[in-house]
Design a protein around this ligand. Structure first.
Ligand SMILES: C[S@@+](CC[C@H](N)C(=O)[O-])C[C@H]1O[C@@H](n2cnc3c(N)ncnc32)[C@H](O)[C@@H]1O
Length: 376
């Protein structure tokens, strides 16, 4: 039996059945044995999953372009702090910083990039990957208490990795121990869980399971608590309307070596567990914090909006030969088109203290609304 499994069993013996969120917390973030704490090998093509920054640097480069435009929308201040939640190995940060340095020197001079990563193993990786930017002070790890409040908060695949509660028509899920086996049990749902379903989600029908992300709400509340600026959240997820239409009702997944559907109780600590993001709930928190939220758009629309003006030259910069261009074109297609990540990932943009017109004309929000390439 694995050491983490023993730890989980011991906690159940001492405290009684665990809420699902606590079980997920131990599986993913136990300081020594959790999936994200142990090592950084779970990322990338050879690992269990890959994210947009594993596909190509163009993802970070296009976002650098968008952040620079946001900085101008804020009046090009002399200092701007961008905070990334759950940066993983720091690949995205590296792409944003390197591209800003090369293409947007004024923005780069103003920029301080703060990485808020919980996993000690991943923080170590970041220290290596970003050593040049960390040494120059351009980048910092979040524990650094000289960090000023951010004007831009960014998160890619952060909210889907936060522990959730699971509700069914029988109540709230608990993980119990019976005859040496982890088994599911149900208890009365809390007032907070029921309120979440009432406001942002749907009540599960018999046989259904619905996730409730109270931790997601807390993190969003902190993220949106800025004086002035933007929050940009990219993730796979859904709205309440989609749940009402019968979709995304029960999205919890265990993922191992790119295969979805593994049992979440099998091999704790050795597989990823994730749940799609409830964007209706996140947008409501942002609005409660005084932010204006934009209509949820797909990653495809967002990246097309940023890249269309220069025909995605950010992707092809280093390509010398036609074969290289063809390869990059395929990677770009994977990020942008519906068959790849373009339609399953969505982008939520919220702003505070920025003129509405400056927000609505941001490149990422304007795909399909600008009259470029107008035919006569
Ligand atoms: C699915 S990974 C995504 C990594 C990266 N954003 C990317 O796109 O490759 C989620 C990341 O969030 C981090 N994380 C989870 N909870 C966190 C928290 N409370 N504070 C900071 N980081 C957290 C995890 O350790 C992990 O690196």
């Amino acid at each position: 039996m694995s050491a983490l499994r023993q730890k989980i069993e011991q906690e159940i013996r001492e405290r009684g059945p665990l809420p699902f969120s606590r079980y997920m917390e131990l599986c993913l973030y136990d300081p020594e044995l959790g999936y994200y704490s142990r090592n950084a090998a779970q990322f990338g093509k050879a690992g269990d999953f890959y994210t947009s920054s594993d596909v190509h640097a163009v993802f970070g480069r296009l976002l650098a372009r968008q952040f620079e435009e946001m900085w101008r929308a804020l009046g090009s201040p002399g200092h701007i702090t961008l905070k990334e939640l759950g940066p993983g190995r720091g690949l995205f940060a590296q792409d944003v910083l390197d591209w800003s340095e090369k293409k947007f020197p004024d923005f780069f001079r103003a920029l301080r990039y703060v990485l808020d990563e919980r996993s000690p193993a991943l923080r170590q990786r970041i220290e290596v990957t970003l050593s040049r930017h960390l040494e120059s002070g351009r980048a910092a790890l979040a524990a650094d208490n000289r960090v000023s409040p951010p004007e831009i908060v960014f998160a890619n695949e952060f909210f889907d990795a936060l522990p959730v509660e699971v509700l069914s028509s029988q109540g709230s899920l608990r993980i119990a121990l019976r005859d040496g086996r982890l088994v599911e049990a149900w208890t009365l749902a809390s007032a907070q869980e029921l309120e979440f379903l009432d406001r942002y989600s749907v009540h599960p029908e018999p046989g259904e399971r619905i996730e409730v992300s109270l931790q997601g709400q807390k993190h969003m509340s902190v993220a949106a608590n800025l004086e002035r600026g933007f929050v940009v959240i990219i993730d796979y997820g859904y709205t309440r309307e989609e749940q009402l239409a019968g979709r995304h009702r029960g999205t919890l997944k265990a993922i191992r070596q790119h295969s979805v559907g593994a049992d979440p109780y099998e091999a704790p600590g050795e597989q990823d567990i994730t749940a799609d993001v409830n964007f209706t709930a996140l947008a409501a928190v942002a609005e409660k914090q005084g932010m204006q939220t934009q209509k949820l758009i797909t990653q495809s629309q967002f990246l097309m909006g940023i890249g269309e003006a220069n025909e995605f030259s950010d992707a092809f910069e280093e390509c010398r030969r036609p074969q290289e261009r063809a390869k990059v074109a395929l990677q770009l297609k994977h990020l942008v088109t519906p068959a790849g990540m373009g339609e399953s990932f969505h982008v939520l943009v919220a702003s505070k203290g920025v003129e509405p017109k400056r927000v609505s004309t941001l490149a990422g929000l304007g795909f399909g609304t600008r009259a470029i390439g107008k035919r006569t």
